[in-house]
Design a protein around this ligand. Structure first.
Ligand SMILES: *[C@@H]1O[C@H](CO)[C@@H](O)[C@H](O)[C@H]1NC(C)=O
Ligand SMILES: *[C@@H]1O[C@H](CO)[C@@H](O)[C@H](O)[C@H]1NC(C)=O
Ligand SMILES: *[C@@H]1O[C@H](CO)[C@@H](O)[C@H](O)[C@H]1NC(C)=O
Ligand SMILES: *[C@@H]1O[C@H](CO)[C@@H](O)[C@H](O)[C@H]1NC(C)=O
Ligand SMILES: *[C@@H]1O[C@H](CO)[C@@H](O)[C@H](O)[C@H]1NC(C)=O
Ligand SMILES: *[C@@H]1O[C@H](CO)[C@@H](O)[C@H](O)[C@H]1NC(C)=O
Ligand SMILES: [Cu+2]
Length: 580
């Protein structure tokens, strides 16, 4: 009897975990449908794993008030020992210095820096297929438009990389262009940010082409902390791509809703996983603690990361918005497109020549995906190899039990907004031809006009069969809770979200749950699961709760959007305007 009850509890618990944490199982769910035509790319050439050493991204320390130029260039780069060089667009201080991913820019907290983002891409047309039916930056003289967003920075909207503030090498500019010299106050908690292209309707192409890089805000306190640093502090930029045998990027050129959009693909995923610009690299590590700052820079692929060694785990210390209050030990880390995670792996005590693989078990689409889109190649990320350190070199690092600030106290005085995340489907293939927020496109009049200093709760009501990774510019937020509801009853209008659970008239099928372990802490990007209402608690203040040290009401304004970039481009993005 006792055993039966225990078993029941375990089963009930497992069901909750399954929904929240999402297990590493391949689910063959009919609602996701067959693989879309545009995802039937020919496989990449077979490449041996773990033959290239993990590159370290170049570090550039930014000096206050001293402008630095970071250009976008066309380059070729070897992405694997056995793959011919790949043509890419990449960031760097010069053509010779440009790399994919771009340099890691390091700034001090509270010191303003100035970056001139210049465009040196000489092409008249893009290296990847542009869909002419998607509304986009469309320079009359040709050229590849760019505009760069520093993801996670609190900045004036002139400097935020507004999608319409693009420019080409040939001097043509989008309607919101004002300057390419961007001022970043760095008045945020120390954190791991990233920069990437944000051009209207072309972001998916510019990011796959290589326009991604990383940015670290450091404080004096953090420099003094005993956390691993220097050689033991590593940036990891994850992206997936598919390749032709000549090394060029294989991007879909046939749409899955071809009668509306002949080329646009709802979710590009590649079968080759790259870390810092190498396919499945290896990294030699001493038996020490290492700090990893990891960004998922993929357009659409989620990762569920684990280490294939029974005694190893991740000690998570930070999220998008900086350090957590306390470290959290996790066997598995979920990371959605554009999220960042800051964690320690403690290799100490492992004998030399121990190897382990950083594995990915996330299905694609997430969380109810199709096995073909998560082939064995996409289940490996990189390898760690333990090597003996020189005699005199010791690990003096520590993980402090208290790290960052607690979540802020939020008063009950807040406004609430509700957003329906939905697919627009009317095509013969029955595949979505667009993704929408409240049935609106980016060009519909602004509806998110918020008061500086106010607090709001945004309910993300996900009516689609896939998870979305939602990003809000300008601010950091917390996920306050996630609550399951019935999509079919909601769609049939046989229930309402206005009634609380467990009222029989309610669409909710369970109580509110606290954010899962991968949603805790300061976020600028968070996951909304299908069939869940995910609530974001947002203060339109600085992270520290103060008025912005700049005027957030001027300029072209901000945006919020899905960071599955193929969704963002068509048209899961909305303006965000701030008023006093
Ligand atoms: C894991 O740790 C246990 C206990 O220290 C040890 O006996 C075992 O050999 C370790 N496993 C591996 C694969 O190192
Ligand atoms: C580690 O591997 C290398 C190369 O295979 C070998 O020469 C060395 O003896 C090994 N070390 C240990 C401690 O097993
Ligand atoms: C999903 O199920 C269908 C029908 O049972 C089967 O034909 C198909 O091969 C399955 N797909 C995967 C990816 O397992
Ligand atoms: C689907 O809707 C889009 C947008 O309203 C429209 O352009 C298109 O013609 C429609 N397609 C069909 C097959 O009705
Ligand atoms: C979105 O628009 C479609 C087509 O007009 C409509 O059928 C659907 O009910 C709308 N959905 C919501 C949540 O408003
Ligand atoms: C929703 O409506 C459809 C068609 O009217 C029906 O087949 C389905 O069972 C309904 N689902 C629910 C949960 O009421
Ligand atoms: Cu989306």
């Amino acid at each position: 009897m006792a055993m039966t009850i225990q078993l029941l509890i375990v089963v009930a618990y497992a069901a909750v975990i399954h929904l929240l944490v999402v297990q590493a199982v391949e689910v063959n769910i009919s609602s996701v449908g067959p693989i879309q035509v545009c995802q039937m790319l020919s496989p990449s050439p077979r490449l041996e794993m773990f033959v290239d050493s993990l590159p370290r991204t170049p570090l550039i320390h930014l000096l206050p008030k001293t402008p630095i130029e970071i250009g976008a260039y066309k380059i070729t780069q070897k992405l694997h020992r056995d793959l011919p060089p790949t043509t890419l667009y990449a960031y760097g201080t010069s053509l010779e210095a440009a790399t994919y991913p771009g340099p890691t820019l390091v700034a001090n907290a509270d010191e303003e820096v100035i970056v001139r983002w210049t465009n040196h891409i000489p092409d008249l047309s893009h290296i990847l297929p542009v869909d002419p039916t998607i509304e986009r930056a469309n320079p009359r003289l040709g050229g590849v438009p760019i505009v760069t967003h520093l993801h996670g920075m609190e900045d004036e909207s002139f400097y935020d990389g507004n999608p319409d503030a693009w420019y080409t090498q040939f001097g043509e500019k989008g309607p919101a262009y004002v300057t390419e010299e961007y001022h970043y106050p760095n008045a945020i908690e120390p954190a791991f940010l990233w920069y990437h292209d944000h051009t209207f309707g072309l972001t998916r192409l510019n990011m796959v082409a290589g326009l991604v890089g990383t940015y670290v805000v450091k404080s004096a306190a953090e420099n003094l902390s005993p956390l691993p640093k220097g050689l033991y502090e590593i940036v990891l930029v994850l992206q997936d791509k598919q390749f032709f045998s000549d090394g060029s990027i294989n991007f879909p050129n046939i749409g899955n809703a071809a009668d509306v959009h002949p080329i646009w693909c709802v979710e590009y995923v590649g079968d080759t996983i790259l870390v810092n610009g190498k396919a499945w690299p290896f990294m030699d590590v001493f038996p020490f603690k290492y700090r990893f700052r990891l960004v998922n820079a993929a357009n659409n692929r989620f990762f569920l990361l684990s280490l294939n060694h029974p005694n190893m785990s991740f000690i998570k210390i930070g999220t998008d918005g900086g350090l957590l209050p306390r470290p959290v030990v996790q066997q598995q880390i979920r990371i959605a497109p554009a999220e960042r995670v800051d964690f320690i792996i403690d290799f100490s005590g492992l004998p030399p020549n121990t190897t382990m693989v950083l594995r990915n078990s996330a299905p694609t689409p997430f969380p109810n995906g199709v096995a073909r889109l998560t082939p064995e190649s996409a289940r490996a990320v990189m390898q760690f190899r333990v090597v003996s350190p020189p005699q005199a070199v010791k690990d003096n690092s520590l993980i402090p039990p208290i790290l960052g600030s607690e979540a802020p106290f939020i008063s009950e005085d807040f406004a609430s907004r509700r957003f329906h995340l939905l697919e627009a489907t009317n095509t013969s293939s029955n595949e979505p031809y667009a993704l929408l927020l409240n049935n609106r496109t980016y060009r519909d009049p602004p509806t998110e006009i918020v008061r500086a200093g106010s607090t709001e709760i945004w309910d993300m009501i996900n009516l689609t069969p896939v998870a979305h990774s939602m990003h809000i510019h300008l601010i950091k937020f917390h996920v306050s809770d996630q609550q399951p509801f019935s999509i079919s009853r909601f769609t049939n209008r046989t229930c309402s979200l206005a009634f609380p659970y467990p009222d029989p008239r309610s669409c909710f099928t369970g109580p509110r749950r606290p954010p899962d372990v991968d949603q805790i802490g300061w976020k600028d990007t968070a996951v909304t699961f299908p069939g869940f209402v995910t609530r974001f608690l947002i203060r339109f203040t600085t992270q520290k709760g103060l008025p912005f040290p700049f005027n957030p009401t001027i300029g072209p304004g901000y945006v919020w959007h899905c960071h599955l970039v193929d969704h963002e481009d068509n048209s899961m993005m909305r303006p965000l305007l701030v008023r006093f």
